[in-house]
Ligand binder design. Structure first.
Ligand SMILES: Nc1ncnc2c1ncn2[C@@H]1O[C@H](COP(=O)(O)OP(=O)(O)OP(=O)(O)O)[C@@H](O)[C@H]1O
Length: 331
C-alpha cells in the first residue's frame, strides 16, 4: 500500500538547512495498522506530509495506494484520507454539511455522501451531532469528526497525524477502538503518527521508530521489546548530582550494561532484576546515595527507544535541537 525509498526533505530556515527527514525507506501492506513513533521534531509529520503529497520530497521515490507520488500526486490524493494534527473542520460550520461538502470535493454524489456521512457518524459515536457546530463539540467529538471527514470518500488508506493528542484517556481508548474497527469493518489500511508508546503498543500491528529524520527500528511491538533482553532497573536518586555515582553502581552489577542517566533517573539493564535490586540498594546505601524510587521491570517500548537513541520518548517537548544528551557511564 505504501512503498517509499530514500524519502528525504530539507528545509531552509534562517539561511540554515534543516534536514527534517534524511532518507526514509518504508513498506506498509494493505490492511495493516502501522505506527510511526518518535519524539517531537523527529520528522513524523514531514514524512506524512510527503506521503500525502502536501510536501514535495527533496529526494527519494514512493508509491502510495498504487500511484507514484511524484508522477501522479492527484491519483494518490484521490485514494487516500488524511487527518492532520490540527484537523480541518471549520468551527462555525454544521458537522454534517462539512462532511458532505468534503466528500463532494472527491466527486462523491450528494445523496451518497449523506449516506456515507450518516454511517460514519454512527460508527464513530457521533449520532445526534449532524447539525452541531464543531465549536460546540468536545475535543474527542471534534477529533472523531476530523476522522469522519478523512474517511467519507471511502479511501483504502488513511493517514492520521497524532490522532489522540490532547484527548483524555477515555477518549483516547475509545478512538483506538474506532481505528481498529476501520480495519476490521472496512479493511482500511491505517498509517498513524504518535509519540505515545502505549498507543503504539495497544493499537499497531507494526511500529516504525523514527529519530532525527531516520528510521532507527521497526517490528511488531513484541519484536521490538524482545530486542531488549533481561530486566530494566530504574533508580531515581534524591539528589540528581549523585546520578552519575548511582549509574556507576548500576553498571557494576553482575552482567549489567552501561547505565544511562536521565535527570535524576538512572536506567540500566541486568540479566535478572530481583537479585540485582537487592545488591544495588545495599551499594547505594553504602555510598550514601539517597533513593527516591527504585524498580525492576520487563522492558517496554520506551526502553527500546532509549536503547536505540539514548533518549526517552516520554519526555514531552524533546526535539533534535533541544534534546538532552544522556551521559553514558562506563561500567
Ligand atoms: N516548514 C519548516 N521549516 C523549517 N523547519 C521545519 C519545517 N517543518 C518542520 N521543520 C523541522 O523539521 C524537523 C522535523 O519536524 P516534524 O514536524 O516532521 O517532526 P514531528 O516528528 O512530526 O514532530 P511533532 O511530534 O512535534 O509533530 C524539526 O526539526 C522541525 O523544526
Amino acid at each position: 500500500m505504501i512503498h517509499a525509498r530514500g524519502l528525504a526533505r530539507t528545509f531552509r530556515k534562517r539561511k540554515q538547512e534543516v534536514q527534517a527527514v534524511t532518507g526514509v525507506d518504508l513498506d506498509v501492506d494493505a490492511g495493516e495498522i502501522v505506527g510511526f513513533l518518535g519524539p517531537n521534531g523527529a520528522g513524523k509529520t514531514t514524512t506524512l506530509r510527503m506521503l500525502t503529497t502536501l510536501l514535495t520530497p527533496s529526494a527519494g521515490t514512493a508509491t502510495v495506494a498504487g500511484c507514484d507520488l511524484i508522477a501522479d500526486p492527484v491519483g494518490v490524493r484521490r485514494r487516500i484520507g488524511y487527518v492532520s494534527q490540527s484537523g480541518s473542520t471549520a468551527p462555525e460550520a454544521r458537522a454534517g454539511e462539512e462532511v458532505v461538502d468534503h466528500a463532494r470535493l472527491y466527486g462523491v454524489r450528494t445523496a451518497d455522501a449523506v449516506v456515507r456521512g450518516r454511517q460514519l457518524f454512527s460508527d464513530l459515536d457521533l449520532d445526534g451531532l449532524w447539525e452541531r457546530q464543531p465549536k460546540d463539540m468536545s475535543g474527542g467529538q471534534r477529533r472523531r469528526l476530523d476522522i469522519a471527514m478523512g474517511l467519507v470518500h471511502d479511501p483504502g488508506l488513511v493517514f492520521l497525524d497524532e490522532p489522540t493528542t490532547g484527548l483524555d484517556p477515555q477518549a483516547r481508548a475509545n478512538l483506538w477502538g474506532h481505528i481498529r474497527s476501520l480495519r476490521e469493518d472496512r479493511g482500511t489500511t491505517v498509517f498513524l503518527t504518535t509519540h505515545y508508546l502505549d498507543e503504539a503498543d495497544a493499537l499497531c500491528d507494526r511500529i516504525l521508530v523514527i529519530d532525527r529524520g531516520a528510521i532507527v527500528a521497526e517490528g511488531t511491538p513484541d519484536q521490538l521489546k524482545s530486542k531488549v533482553g533481561g530486566d530494566v532497573l530504574t533508580v531515581t536518586v534524591a539528589d540528581p548530582a549523585r546520578a552519575g555515582d548511582a549509574a556507576r553502581l548500576v553498571g557494576d552489577l553482575p552482567g549489567a550494561e552501561p547505565a544511562q542517566v536521565d535527570g535524576a533517573r538512572v536506567i540500566g539493564r541486568v540479566p535478572a532484576g530481583g537479585p540485582a535490586l537487592v545488591d544495588l540498594v545495599r551499594g547505594l546505601d553504602a555510598a550514601g546515595i539517597g533513593i527516591a524510587g527504585v524498580e525492576s521491570r520487563r522492558p517496554s517500548l520506551d526502553d527500546v527507544f532509549l536503547g536505540l537513541t539514548g533518549r526517552s520518548l516520554r519526555e514531552e517537548g524533546t526535539s533534535p535541537d533541544d534534546a538532552p544528551t544522556p551521559e553514558v557511564v562506563p561500567s
